[in-house]
Design a protein around this ligand. Structure first.
Ligand code: FBP
Length: 562
């Protein structure tokens, strides 16, 4: 029998065959980033709204031009530079390639440059926890999913004390630029940090990179946030598999909740990829002032129509944040937050079995009736699962179970009234974590590497308060446009925790946008017919048509624009 150590060598336990092959992949980059590069500056910019307020808050970083990199003729000499990098918030496929892009970019400018990673997110900067990212380390992580190279965290970088504490370690390591890879909130904080360091003359530039699977950090200059492409492809593969299963057994309705926090971009993209029987879009629910009852009736109606054709099976996609967008639920949650914030100790004294009855008595009539109509498990989740700020954690509410149960009840009522004849058996799923650390698709591998390389370019040009931007990504990568966008340009003032704050505008699904309209034009047919599409797993090797397609959302949006 072979020794255990031989078996370990024979069957490499730590690296999969795909990972080994994938490590050799050379991300495609815009041709303007190869060779000699020069920077082109556009006209001064202004914020999307509230210009006077934003200008006042960002005197040093407001109004800067959009910049793009172009092929140049004169090779510049760059001094070595030390750069720090932070991964902030939820994982998104491609983060390691952003870091690899920064590393290669600063080394190409001067091999003496060094990259430091702060451990477990912004907290690493404040607590001075860091590691140097050398070539050997970077090579192990090229084209891999996850953020495990340095880890990520959700500490908010927002106070002067934190900024000053961070500056101590930046000075100690002689770091001249910090790249913050994060979503809308982290990039807002990156901009505040850039402004502060500029104002005190700290000599540290701050550059942001657009990350989040949720797809809600996008605008005219940022076509998409990285990770959205891969995550949606992973979810669509699995939903496709479920659809094939349910079309084979023909006995279940699958209720599938999809991550994405407030915005429904992920649910919409998956719907465009798989053509389910139902997909609820939170933004539409809010715009049409729909109640939970309206949503239940709609889904039950589709179930009943399909049952008439003998099709007692189907798929329903539900965005994670739906509950918050049902206006009546939003009012109930607000009253609950308020009530529990002020009567927490009193509430905790009540026996668990009596808590729901107690709450019903304390709420206003409208909210009490709604609360009473909810299944007990959900009613309980609404009162028990609050975050440290006293808010109900809506992501923990099992909306997929709630809808499955309520649709079942409605169908039972209709059956009694003789309006429905059919069988209704359900399976529930929640897809989120399955996709956040997947090996990046070619699109995300290329896009992320280009974002990182572009960030290095912005650093070499002395820019601060910019977000790395790579556009025209539905064209072949060679034609992508790389540059930087002043973060202040994406800002407006919004009320946060009772105060008006400058923030990057969150991009929700636009109901007048081409992706939603495409979905809306097809959903009636998808509801009744079984028009399922089975996208299959992400392909990394093979024909470009199979391996390099961007999301449907991006393709539809870009095709409309050009
Ligand atoms: P980011 O906005 O930080 O990218 O996070 C996205 C996300 O995956 C959401 O879709 C989800 O609601 C949330 O993170 C869950 O985060 P956590 O695992 O920290 O609870």
């Amino acid at each position: 029998m072979p020794a255990l150590s031989n078996l370990k060598t024979q069957y490499n336990m730590t690296t999969s065959a795909l990972q080994k092959e994938r490590a050799k992949y050379q991300p495609k980059v815009p041709k303007t980033l190869k060779g000699v590069v020069k920077i082109k500056e556009g006209a001064p910019t202004q914020s999307v709204a509230d210009q006077n307020d934003i200008k006042k808050l960002f005197p040093n970083t407001y109004g800067m031009p959009v910049v793009t990199f172009e092929a140049g003729s004169e090779k510049k000499q760059y001094s070595p530079v030390n750069v720090g990098v932070i991964l902030s918030g939820g994982q998104a496929p491609g983060g390691h390639n952003v870091i690899a892009g920064i590393f290669d970019g600063i080394k190409d400018m001067n091999p003496g440059s060094r990259l430091y990673g702060f451990i477990l997110g912004p907290g690493g900067l404040i607590d001075h926890k860091y590691m140097e990212l050398t070539g050997d380390i970077i090579d192990q992580y090229r084209n891999t999913g996850g953020f495990d190279i340095i880890g990520s965290g959700r500490t908010k970088l927002e106070t002067k004390e934190q900024f000053d504490k961070g500056l101590e370690i930046l000075k100690e390591l002689n770091i001249k630029a910090l790249v913050i890879i994060g979503g809308d909130d982290s990039n807002t904080n990156a901009c505040v940090l850039a402004e502060y360091y500029a104002q005190i003359g700290a000599g540290v530039q701050v550059i942001g990179c657009p990350k989040t699977i949720d797809g809600d950090l996008k605008n005219d200059w940022i076509e998409t946030s990285f990770g959205f492409d891969t995550a949606c492809k992973v979810y669509s593969e699995v939903i496709g598999n479920i659809q094939r299963d349910c079309n084979s057994a023909r006995k279940y309705w699958h209720f599938i909740k999809l991550m994405g926090r407030s915005a429904s971009h992920i649910a919409l993209e998956c719907a465009l990829q798989v053509q389910p029987n139902v997909c609820i879009i939170s933004e539409e629910v809010e715009a049409k002032n729909q109640s939970l009852d309206d949503i239940i009736n709609y889904i039950a109606g589709v179930v009943a129509r399909r049952a008439e054709d003998g099709n007692n099976f189907g798929t329903v996609l539900i965005p994670e944040g739906l509950i918050e967008f049902v206006p009546a639920m939003k009012r109930l949650i607000t009253e609950l937050n308020d009530f529990l914030a002020h009567h927490d100790s009193e509430f905790k004294m009540i026996k668990k079995s009596e808590q729901c009855t107690y709450i019903k008595r304390k709420l206003s009539r409208e909210n009490s009736e709604l609360y009473a109509s909810l299944p007990e498990t959900v009613a309980r989740q609404l009162t028990l699962d609050r975050d440290p700020h006293g808010n109900v954690q809506v992501s923990l509410i099992e909306t997929e179970k709630l809808l499955a149960e309520m649709v079942g009840n409605r169908l039972a009522e209709w059956a009694e009234e003789g309006k429905y004849v059919g069988k209704f058996a359900t399976q529930v799923h929640f897809f989120g974590y399955e996709g956040r650390c997947a090996a990046p698709s070619n699109y995300d591998a290329d896009y992320c590497y280009s974002l990182g390389y572009t960030a290095a370019g912005l650093i070499s040009e002395g820019k601060t308060g910019y977000m790395s931007s790579v556009r025209n990504t539905t064209a072949p990568a060679a034609e992508w446009i790389a540059g930087g966008v002043p973060i202040t340009m994406m800002m407006n003032m919004e009320r946060r925790h009772g105060e008006m704050k400058p923030v990057i505008q969150k991009a929700l699904v636009k109901l007048d946008g081409a992706p939603f309209k495409t979905f809306a034009a097809n959903r009636e047919a998808w509801a009744v017919n079984t028009d399922y599409v089975y996208p299959g797993p992400i392909q990394y090797f093979g024909p470009s048509d199979v391996c390099d397609q961007p999301t449907k959302t991006l393709q539809i949006e870009r095709c409309k624009k050009s």
